[in-house]
Design a protein around this ligand. Sequence first.
Ligand SMILES: [Zn+2]
Length: 255
Amino acid sequence: MDENVFNKILKKIKIVNNDSSCKICGGLEWIYDKNKGYYRCLCFYKRLYKDREKILNIPKKYKNASFSFYKPKNLSQFAFFNILKEYALIYPFFPFSTNENISHEKYILYIYGETGVGKTYLSIAFLNYLLKHKGISGYFIPFRDLLNELRNRLGDKESFKDYFLDIKSKEILILDDVGAERDTEFVRDILFDILDYRYNNRKLTLITSNLSPKRLILRLSSDNFEDTSLGERLYSRLCEVGEFIYVEGKDERKL
Ligand SMILES: [Zn+2]
């Protein structure tokens, strides 16, 4: 795009935003540099971060979840913390995505352990960090909520497809509390579909669960299901690109 045209558009944006509080860009949220071209000003990331509850779909109580507030109580929690911190540090800045840039061969993190050991908290701290420091917007969703949302759309094929694709293709996806729902073929197919998509597109995915990976797969391979091989296929993919992270501890919420 021609620089003059771009500047005209920027001026219009400025009128809409009507916020010239940023001394670097004057509220345009873009900066032009002869060598770098156009790039986002820091105030753009700050604005996104303010809106994080909505953008990341995180519950209010986790709004301020942060690596710096997390106090590991044992070795497994310390390891969990270090793995997520490392992923956060190597993750590319917006607008680059994992597809070309992630150096880790493991991009599905399966985080399991008892309830209340900080699995959800630290996963959201991870999302908060990436939005704040790298402009990357991930998405958090309890698996049960996703299933309900999809069930509500079963009568409308288009709406089901659009919504599901939107969720599947998020830059980073956290599926919270997988395995807490009743086992049905619907549940298994949805989970398989998501992981298949994310596997093929090399998209970073965090799954939290109370069940060990083997236990989850066993439940998803029930003899009552028509196709019992799906569970095994899921497990083999998880072994290939998944990192299994066991988090030990007492339920903090009961102490
Ligand atoms: Zn700015």
